[in-house]
Write a protein that binds this ligand. Structure first.
Ligand code: ADP
Ligand code: F6P
Length: 347
């Protein structure tokens, strides 16, 4: 717990950027200023803290950013922060600028750095910023909603052309260790197959069998949503084409999923969390992470938050699989029915 009221706070964004981070930065700056605090923007994540890349933030510095993707504070991956020397330099910079409270917007890695700063007396609050949704203590992370909508819209477009050419399409979405974007797109796009790091057992033959069966029963396209953690979409497409005889294309959506104007949900939740971070600091709290669960924003101890884990919802996975199934019997084979009708017409 902080002993005295803090006067100066800093804010930084760290790890992969996520749409909505700007809304959170804006909220921290304006809530802080509104409560009589000085607010410092730390550029390029922990790198800026270690190398003293800091600027004073005024209300106008965060004008016109709520609708913008990315982060105006820039972000970085900073290996030096994992060393004792890096931490010491970061603490020194905080002291130099009088930064007594720090809001860190990022994921689990960023919280580990924040926890080390807290051990040196800096009051830290973490906000969940990642498109991957893979933070154990919260069912919402800043950026996921925008990213999954971006991916969904892109897959809709791929589906149009895929269906026109009667092709198989593999669409690779982000998520190196977590399949949330893949799972959501699987349901939202009605994908025929979803390959997630948490679920896929690398049985490619099962995917091939599914494609062949769907074709037999009249499906003219086949969308496979493949998470980045499984990867290898291009070579998978070649193998599927060779095994099925069907034209197969791979599309890797990549970093487009990290950009773009944030959705209303990301703007509103990020703004709320940014305000909460300042309020927690003003209430003398430190080593906390803000999360959103069961309709409520709340804060968690940083070590407890880091120890929490969550998996993808088994039921939602079942939903994705259940709704992609064609539920047809061999007697309902559309191609055979069509051929029989044509044969009768000719006779
Ligand atoms: P995320 O915050 O999204 O999980 P990273 O894992 O890339 O992203 O972490 C972001 C940054 O947090 C790292 O570049 C590093 O500066 C810092 N960080 C990560 N792990 C640690 C650690 N164990 N100790 C101190 N700092 C860390
Ligand atoms: O932000 C999370 C994430 O998008 C992961 O899904 C992905 O594996 C990673 O970032 C890639 O980050 P970068 O290309 O910036 O190293």
């Amino acid at each position: 717990m902080a002993e005295k009221k803090i006067r100066t706070i800093g804010v930084l964004t760290s790890g992969g950027d996520a749409p909505g981070m700007n809304a959170a930065v804006r909220a921290v700056v304006r809530r802080g200023l509104g409560q009589g605090l000085k607010v410092k923007g730390i550029l390029q994540g922990y790198d800026g803290l270690i190398n003293d890349n800091i600027r004073d933030m005024k209300a106008r510095d965060v004008s016109d950013i709520i609708s913008r993707g990315g982060t105006v504070l820039y972000t970085a991956r900073c290996p030096e922060m994992k060393t004792d020397e890096g931490i010491e330099r970061a603490v020194e910079t905080c002291r130099k600028h009088g930064i007594e409270g720090l809001v860190v917007i990022g994921g689990d890695g960023s919280y580990m750095g924040a926890a080390k700063l807290a051990n040196h007396g800096i009051n830290v609050i973490g906000l969940p910023g990642t498109i991957d949704l893979d933070i154990g203590c919260t069912e919402y992370t800043i950026g996921f909603d925008t990213a999954v909508n971006t991916a969904m819209q892109a897959i809709d477009k791929v589906r149009d052309t895929s269906a026109s050419h009667e092709r198989v399409s593999i669409v690779e979405v982000m998520g190196r260790n977590a399949g949330y974007i893949g799972l959501w797109c699987g349901i939202a796009n009605g994908a025929e197959d979803i390959l997630l790091p948490e679920k896929f057992n690398y049985d490619e033959q099962a995917v091939i069998d599914n494609i062949i069966e769907n074709r037999r029963y009249g499906k003219r396209h086949h969308i496979i949503v493949n998470a980045e953690g499984i990867g290898h979409s291009a070579s998978m497409a070649r193998r599927i084409e060779a095994a099925t005889g069907l034209e197969t294309r791979a599309t890797i959506l990549g970093h487009m999923q990290r950009g773009g104007s944030p959705t209303a949900r990301d703007r509103v939740y990020a703004s709320t969390m940014g305000c909460m971070a300042v309020d927690l600091l003003l209430a003398g709290k430190t080593r906390r992470v803000v999360g959103y669960n069961n309709g409520q924003f709340r804060d968690y101890d940083i070590s407890e938050a880091l120890a929490m884990s969550k998996g993808i919802s088994e039921y939602q996975y079942e939903v994705a699989v259940a709704l992609s199934h064609n539920y047809m019997k061999p007697s309902e084979n559309l191609y055979e029915t069509q051929e029989a009708t044509e044969g009768q017409a000719e006779a």
